[in-house]
Design a protein around this ligand. Structure first.
Ligand SMILES: [Zn+2]
Length: 296
């Protein structure tokens, strides 16, 4: 069910909430879901930063609170962003940044090893402590899903309207379609062009530093080519994915960092499902910048 009042929820929480779980109470009261999924996405680029662990812990605790307070099932879904850059280099002529993802650099087995090394033990402990089950999905699996690709293709019909919301500084949306030969992609899509699009798919043209111009066709029904989207664009597509009936999706995220700036009011093609609820973790302040903590 949707009402205009719930499309833009009140984000000012001072004096109106007694407990963190009250963040999600209005939507539960309105939609009466049978289960709630707390999604928490993480770039798996090395040992997790403390703030990342904090967000993940908050997701498990909120799931437990939902189950206790409302008597409905709740789980945690860990989104392993294996499209995170494994390596970045500059094109010697244009100085455009090129990147290769963890998936392209390590393969599915290498990604699974990283998840096992850095996250499984911690998640198992959280599951034991809270009694909340969790599941792991990689971005590579998600981008191959026909529903995700359909959602992406639908946004192209309104690209001119949404591109400034997704890329406010320059208007170039970051659609990264890796070179079919080497797997590297232009990080900021400066030379990536949408050539043709229609109901059956979209043709993009791009340029590889080593292999020159190339062309790829994105269709709903094939998992190739790899479709890598920057955070804001990815979230827009994910918000449009239909949920199973009686399931409420809630995104858990940190209250700091660039991804926390993701707008919940982006213009979007008609959405088949209500936008997921968002729960931000407490702010973690550290004198050490997060990126240096991630490096081994
Ligand atoms: Zn190449």
């Amino acid at each position: 069910m949707t009402t205009p009042l719930l499309v833009s929820p009140n984000n000012v929480t001072a004096n109106c909430m007694a407990r963190a779980v009250d963040l999600i109470r209005p939507r539960i009261q309105a939609t009466k879901p049978e289960n709630v999924i707390f999604s928490v996405g993480t770039q798996i680029n090395g040992a997790p930063h403390l703030g990342t662990s904090l967000v993940q812990t908050a997701a498990f605790l909120l799931a437990r609170a939902v189950r206790r307070n409302f008597g409905i099932d709740a789980t945690v879904r860990f989104g392993a962003l294996d499209n995170a850059p494994h390596e970045i280099r500059l094109d010697p002529e244009t100085h455009h940044a090129y990147q290769i993802t963890y998936f392209h650099a390590l393969g599915a087995e290498g990604v699974a090893d990283m998840i096992g090394k850095y996250y499984r033990g911690f998640f198992d402990s959280l599951a034991d402590a809270t009694g909340i089950d969790y599941e792991v999905h990689t971005y590579t699996q998600q981008q191959a899903d026909p529903a995700y690709r359909l959602g992406f293709l639908a946004t192209l019909e309104r690209l001119e309207q949404i591109r400034w919301a997704l890329a406010p500084s320059h208007g170039i949306v970051h659609v990264r379609l890796p070179c079919p030969t080497c797997g590297w992609a232009e990080k900021r899509a400066e030379r990536t062009r949408l050539d043709i699009h229609g109901s059956g798919g979209a043709v993009f043209k791009a340029v590889c530093t080593d292999h020159g111009p190339y062309e790829v066709l994105v269709t709903p029904d094939r998992p190739e080519p790899y479709l890598d989207l920057a955070t804001l664009y990815r979230n827009l597509v994910k918000e449009r994915l239909p949920s199973p009936p009686r399931t409420l999706n809630s995104w858990s995220r940190a209250a700091t960092g660039p991804t926390a700036a993701s707008s919940s009011t982006k213009p979007s093609p008609p959405c088949p499902a209500p936008a997921p609820r968002r729960a931000s973790s407490p702010r973690w302040c550290s004198p050490t910048p997060a990126p240096s903590c991630r490096k081994r």
